[in-house]
Ligand binder design. Structure first.
Ligand code: SF4
Length: 325
């Protein structure tokens, strides 16, 4: 186990300050995320270098639609999570005890370099912020190799820790689970405000896209989507928003969210944002269109994309295309 960062002693207990839970952890115990353990007054990361999933994925799968469309990225995850979403779609590694293999940051960064036709590394599958020390060590090496680092995160991380990591991060997809504190506390065992602060901080440092998994009757109402989109547009109306379809998983048995609910939410969000997509629905048109003239800029199918413009601007109206190529 690797000694953890971001904690302080309180008697024989330790206070972890990596994420907003600020767990007070007694000797021999772990924090809420299950991956940070107090051994004799020292906090250790229990998932450092422990990998449960490693795949080359299309960047669209993260999802990132405006960041090198059509490219591939080495995607890696460990285990544990600091939120307890009852609908968790990745519960076997987030909350289970999956098998893992050991890999040093140098080995992983080397694999990314050797993969060929590979953008870099995406820290995904489980929550990367509670894999902090390993992600930080690896991200430094990845940047030295001229590759990209991508976070797929719930944004539930302390501001100081996030600030130390962000210089190495090129893009992030951040889950905003809902735009209500009630949802966060009752469904995810967290709070909304730290997530919003993380989104604002990341938007100032790297390319970001936001995902909200819509569960009918819980977080999908047009009023709530309007408020979310209005808030996001206050940062930048060009931030892509992915409204993703919920399917029953883990402890939640509600039926899958109907397509008409997702479409109504998309219409509400489009009042404020230039790029709103529906996720987890095969066959839906998720191409990117120029907000100036409606010209198709990126043609997109399931996990594949084709860029239809050259340079930086829309070929029809000349408006700057908000796509990183
Ligand atoms: S990272 Fe884990 S141990 Fe630390 S405060 Fe968050 S949930 Fe608790």
């Amino acid at each position: 186990m690797k000694q953890a960062m971001y904690y302080k002693a309180e008697g024989d207990a330790v206070r972890c300050i990596l994420c907003p839970h600020n767990c007070l952890i007694k000797p021999g115990k772990t924090g809420l995320c299950r991956v940070r353990r107090n051994e004799g007054g020292v906090l250790y990361s229990m998932n450092y270098g422990r990998i449960t999933a490693l795949n080359i994925d299309p960047i669209e799968k993260k999802p990132l639609y405006h960041f090198y469309p059509g490219s591939r990225i080495l995607s890696v995850g460990s285990f544990g999570c600091n939120l307890k979403c009852s609908f968790c779609q990745n519960y076997s590694i987030a909350h289970g005890t999956p098998e893992w293999v050991e890999m040093s940051p140098g080995d992983l960064a080397g694999r990314a370099e050797a993969a060929g036709d590979n953008l870099g590394i995406a820290y995904t599958y489980n929550e990367p912020s509670i894999w902090y020390e390993y992600v930080l060590d690896t991200a430094r090496l990845v940047k030295e190799k001229g590759l990209k680092n991508v976070l797929v995160t719930n944004g539930y991380i302390g501001s100081e820790a996030l600030g130390e990591l962000l210089p190495f991060i090129d893009a992030a997809n951040i889950d905003v689970k809902a735009f209500s504190d009630g949802f966060y506390s009752s469904v995810c065992s967290g709070r909304l405000s730290p997530v919003l602060e993380a989104v604002e901080a990341m938007a100032g440092h790297c390319h970001i896209e936001v995902t909200t998994l819509l569960v009918e009757g819980l977080n999908s109402g047009p009023g709530e989507i309007d408020a979310l989109a209005r808030w996001l547009a206050g940062i930048d109306r060009k931030i892509p928003l992915h409204l993703s379809r919920y399917y029953p998983a883990y402890h939640m048995e509600r039926p899958a969210t109907p397509l008409k609910v997702l479409e109504a939410a998309r219409e509400a969000a489009r009042e404020h944002l230039d790029y709103v997509y529906i996720g987890n629905v095969p066959g839906i048109d998720n191409s990117t269109y120029c907000p100036g003239c409606g010209q198709k800029l990126v043609e997109r199918g399931i996990y594949r994309a084709r860029t239809l413009f050259e340079g930086e601007n829309c070929s029809r109206c000349g408006m700057k295309a908000d796509i990183i190529l």
